[in-house]
Every structure is written in C-alpha cells, then in structure tokens.
Design a protein around this ligand. Structure first.
Ligand code: 9Z3
Length: 320
C-alpha cells in the first residue's frame, strides 16, 4: 500500500531509522519491562529542540529553540515523586542534575593541590552544600536504575525514538505519562529534496521550501498510547493565541493536558489546560530570584492529576 504524502505513515516509510536505533530500542524495552514488573509509574520526558537538516552531509540546519531546562528540571521532580524517567533529549541540551553546573561552575567548585608527585583535588568547603544535595539525588537515581537517557538531533530521529518509546511504554497502560516538552519542528524538508552536499553560494541564493511535518500526536494518542496520561506543551509568542491554541489542541487530539507557555515568560508562568479547567502557575519575582524552578509545582500538579485519573491503586510499589 502506498502511504499518502504528508501522513505519519509516509514520514516513517521515507525516513530511515537512525543508526543507533536498535540499541536504543532494546534499552527502552529493557527499562520499561523492568519497571513494569515492579508496578512503577514511568514518565517519558522529551526535551530540547529538533533540527531539520538542509543538506544530507549537514553543514546547515534549521533549529527549534529550547535550552532543555523545562525537560531536565522536570525529570528531576518526577524522580522525586517516585516515577521512573525516560529522558529523551536533544544531544548536548541540558540534562537532569548536570544542569546545575553548566559552564565553568563545576571547575570553580574544585581546589587542586600539587605536592611533588601527588595531586589532590577537593571540593571547596563552601561548595559542598551546593554540590552534595544534587550529587546525592543523582547517585540515588542512577543506582536505582530509575533514569534512562536517549538522545536525538533531527526531527526524524525524534519521531523514531518517540514511537519506539511508546511501543515499550504501552504495556504500562494508565501508569505511563508522556510529558512532551521538546520543541519539535512543524516544518521540514522532505528527504528527496535535501541536497547531498553542502550548498554552494556560487550557485546563487537558495530557495528552501519547508513542508508541514505530520501531526504525530494523532497516532500517538489514538493508536500507540490510548490509555496513557499524555501532556503536550504549547509554545507561543503572541499571548492572544496561547489559550485558544492550547484548547484547540486538546479538542483535536483528546489527550489529557496542554501546558501553555509564552517564550518570554516560560520560566515563571505556565497554564495547565485540561478539558475541565485551566490552572495558572506563577512564580513571584522573589522566587525567581532565589532560583526556584517552576517545574516543581508544575510536576506536582501533573502527578496529582495523573494519580486521580488512574486511581490510587495503580502503583503497587513506589520506587525506592
Ligand atoms: C515547550 O513549550 C517548552 O516549555 C519550552 C521550554 C521549549 C518552551 P526551555 O527548554 O523551554 O526550558 O528553554 N515545549 C513545546 C514546544 C513546541 O514545539 N510545541 C508545539 C507547539 O507549540 C506543539 S507540541 O505547537
């Protein structure tokens, strides 16, 4: 059967799976089966922006804006609430735990002493209080096998991984949460229109026509994960469009929640839009200044709504 151009089936037929796909697929399968056996809840957190390559041997690409803070911070809070976490992120975007020490912060926390042949590296006394709580949570999550990292770069790698994660997660039924915070391109250049080699300026100004990416939320909600708690994110830059677009997405895909946020205020204001209600979460100026994460109350609200939607008997054994 020939898939209709522009459909999700056609997208998967035309775009080959990424090279490390089978390895990631087995990791996802093993992770989901292990946590399913223990009756744990699992959340798939997607994070960071996808790229759209303009050349097969890629020198240029179109990128979607996202630092990955929303996803990385949220993964930490889901772990605190006892969820196992699949952290599906853009290569080199922020990651849970290490996000606290970007740039030179980690090296600035260390002292080094060289005495003859012996070198000693220590954490500066005033940095121990900063490093210790993060390090403890990091070690606990990793030694419990509670977090799995899988990485994507392009929009097609993102879709292949997303579908594979759903395939393994679907066995959990209502115990699975999808938290789709990645900034996924709405546009792409179909594979057969992408030149093999770097575009040459000598050939004149290129005309690049972007095509619409198929809406994967439709098969995801209807076919791949019909009983999961699916939360998507809506990013806008025009306040007037924000809530109407979030509501329109809920009406169209019939999932559980859209978290609406504006590019400019995303780290201190989000609106949780559900079919029944809409709830705003705001951080005060003081909270922002003190370094509070809006993801803490955001994830707490979602965890509560998830528990209510799937019944309190769903988790047989919370993650230690
Ligand atoms: C979001 O809206 C995220 O909250 C942000 C987080 C990307 C704004 P940062 O990573 O930012 O902390 O810098 N993600 C979803 C963005 C998106 O592409 N949504 C699509 C849309 O709005 C549909 S799912 O149409």
């Amino acid at each position: 059967m020939m898939e209709e151009e522009g459909s999700w089936e056609h997208f998967f037929a035309v775009h080959l799976p990424p090279t490390d796909f089978e390895d990631n697929r087995s990791l996802l399968k093993e992770f989901c089966e292990r946590h399913d056996r223990h009756g744990h809840k699992i959340v798939l957190v997607t994070s960071g922006g996808t790229t759209v390559p303009l050349e097969h041997n890629t020198v240029r690409f179109v990128d979607n804006f996202s630092a990955g803070k929303r996803g990385a911070a949220s993964a930490e809070y889901f772990l605190e609430h006892g969820y196992a976490v699949i952290f599906m992120h853009r290569q080199k975007s922020l990651e849970p735990f290490t996000r606290h020490f970007t740039g030179q912060k980690l090296l600035d926390m260390l002292d080094i002493q060289e005495r003859g042949p012996n070198t000693t590296i220590t954490v500066k006394p005033d940095s121990v209080d900063v490093l210790a709580p993060v390090l403890l949570r990091y070690k606990a999550a990793h030694s419990a096998g509670a977090i799995l990292h899988v990485a994507f770069t392009t929009v097609s790698e993102y879709f292949w991984l997303l579908r594979a994660a759903c395939e393994s997660l679907s066995a959990l039924g209502p115990r699975a949460v999808l938290y789709l915070a990645a900034a996924v391109s709405d546009f792409y250049v179909p594979k057969d229109r992408v030149p093999t080699h770097k575009m040459q300026s000598g050939s004149g100004a290129p005309v690049i026509q972007l095509h619409l990416v198929p809406k994967m939320l439709a098969p995801l909600v209807n076919l791949w994960m019909p009983s999961a708690y699916v939360v998507s994110f809506k990013l806008e830059t025009d306040e007037n469009l924000l809530i109407p677009k979030a509501r329109a997405a809920l009406d169209k895909y019939k999932h559980k929640m859209v978290v609406a946020n504006m590019l400019q205020t995303r780290h201190h204001r989000v609106v949780l839009v559900t079919p029944e209600s809409s709830q705003e979460i705001l951080l005060t100026r003081e909270e922002v200044h003190a370094g509070a994460d809006i993801e803490s109350p955001l994830v707490a609200s979602i965890v509560q709504l998830h528990a209510a939607s799937c019944g309190s008997d769903v988790t047989r054994a919370p993650l230690a």
